[in-house]
Design a protein around this ligand. Structure first.
Ligand SMILES: C[C@@](CO)(OP(=O)(O)O)[C@H](O)COP(=O)(O)OP(=O)(O)OC[C@H]1O[C@@H](n2ccc(N)nc2=O)[C@H](O)[C@@H]1O
Ligand SMILES: Nc1ncnc2c1ncn2[C@@H]1O[C@H](COP(=O)(O)OP(=O)(O)O)[C@@H](O)[C@H]1O
Length: 286
């Protein structure tokens, strides 16, 4: 079985409070983009989980999110059959694009079919939440408002198709460290989530671009000013708006046409290796 595991961007991300368990209450608008890993799953004779990948940057042992997803399902439902999972990695790793979460979501969907478990979307989302806060959204895809720690997914009308240029500076960011370094009392600029939802409902690309905002950006920019350099270059090449996605360090810009986006990409190529021109899309659905 072959599955596409789509990346996400955060059009808006607000952090409301820190919880007792160390996680943060957030409100974020997540959006699927047409950039995906390809996940191949096949049954094997022995009762084992084998993960292989085209990437040198992710583990293949029990730390891989795809492995964790398969292992959770097998354990919980007493599945004795084994699987081989191959991940063709196209999504930049540790970028804020939910690469690991989307691979896990694809494996949950795939094994639900392969092992004939007949689990509902809701059941898969609850299992997904145990793997990572972004996994429930990745199961649904499209455009959604996500609340709680990100696991409460409220589907929205699909955002209009937009040209998205993603650039991932070659620096490492830990999601946990970014959340820990955020001082909520010092947050100056918060997203207007309601304005973003209205802009999406109206299909107004300029308003969507105007409302891009991520509370985590300041934290990562402090550590890696290169993020601001990327944003400046995108803006100087007519981006309608730019923002860091998730905990970063990837930045994306919304462009009214591919020509301007390609011009920005040309400038960014001088110091950034991972640059992707894509579009927003509806995702594979459940
Ligand atoms: C920041 C976001 C925005 O969409 O995306 P990424 O940058 O990871 O793509 C998410 O909130 C990340 O989701 P995800 O990467 O699935 O998080 P998890 O694996 O569950 O958590 C990693 C760590 O981040 C912190 N964490 C995560 C989510 C949240 N709402 N509050 C937190 O404080 C916790 O310290 C946790 O131990
Ligand atoms: N299948 C996977 N794809 C990507 N990263 C994975 C995977 N499994 C485990 N990881 C690890 O998860 C961490 C976060 O990676 P990723 O999910 O790409 O980033 P982000 O949470 O910023 O979106 C990295 O340390 C990476 O090695």
């Amino acid at each position: 079985m072959k599955l596409k595991a789509y990346a996400k961007i955060n059009l808006a991300l607000d952090v409301l409070s820190k919880r007792e368990d160390g996680y943060h209450e957030i409100r974020t608008i997540m959006q699927t983009v047409d950039l995906y890993d390809i996940i191949n799953i096949e049954k094997i004779e022995e009762d084992n989980i084998i993960v292989t990948t085209s990437s040198e940057n992710i583990p293949t042992d029990n730390k891989n999110h795809a492995y964790i997803a398969a292992s959770l399902l097998k354990e919980r439902f007493g599945v004795k059959q084994g699987v081989r999972i191959h991940i063709e990695k196209n999504i930049p790793v540790s970028a804020g694009l939910a690469g690991g979460s989307t691979d896990a979501a694809a494996v949950l969907k795939g094994l639900n079919e392969i092992f004939e478990l007949n689990l509902s979307e809701q059941q898969l989302m609850e299992i997904g939440r145990e793997i990572g806060a972004d996994v429930p959204f990745c199961l649904v895809g499209g455009t959604a408002l996500c609340e709680g720690i990100g696991e409460k997914v409220i589907k929205l009308k699909s955002a209009p198709q937009m040209n998205i240029l993603i650039a991932k500076p070659e620096v490492y960011v830990s999601t946990q460290a970014v959340y820990e370094a955020l001082d909520l009392s010092k947050v100056k600029k918060r997203p207007n989530i309601e304005a973003m939802i209205s802009a999406i409902e109206e299909g107004n690309v300029k308003e969507i671009a105007k409302n891009l905002c991520n509370v985590l950006e300041v934290v990562t920019v402090n550590q890696y000013p290169v993020i601001n350099r990327v944003k400046d270059i995108m803006r100087n090449n007519n981006a309608l708006g730019t923002v860091m996605t998730g905990s970063g360090p990837a930045v994306f810009g919304i462009f009214s046409n591919r020509y301007d986006a390609l011009k920005a990409a040309e400038r960014l190529k001088v110091f950034i290796k991972e640059i992707i021109l894509t579009t927003t899309c509806e995702g594979s659905g459940f």
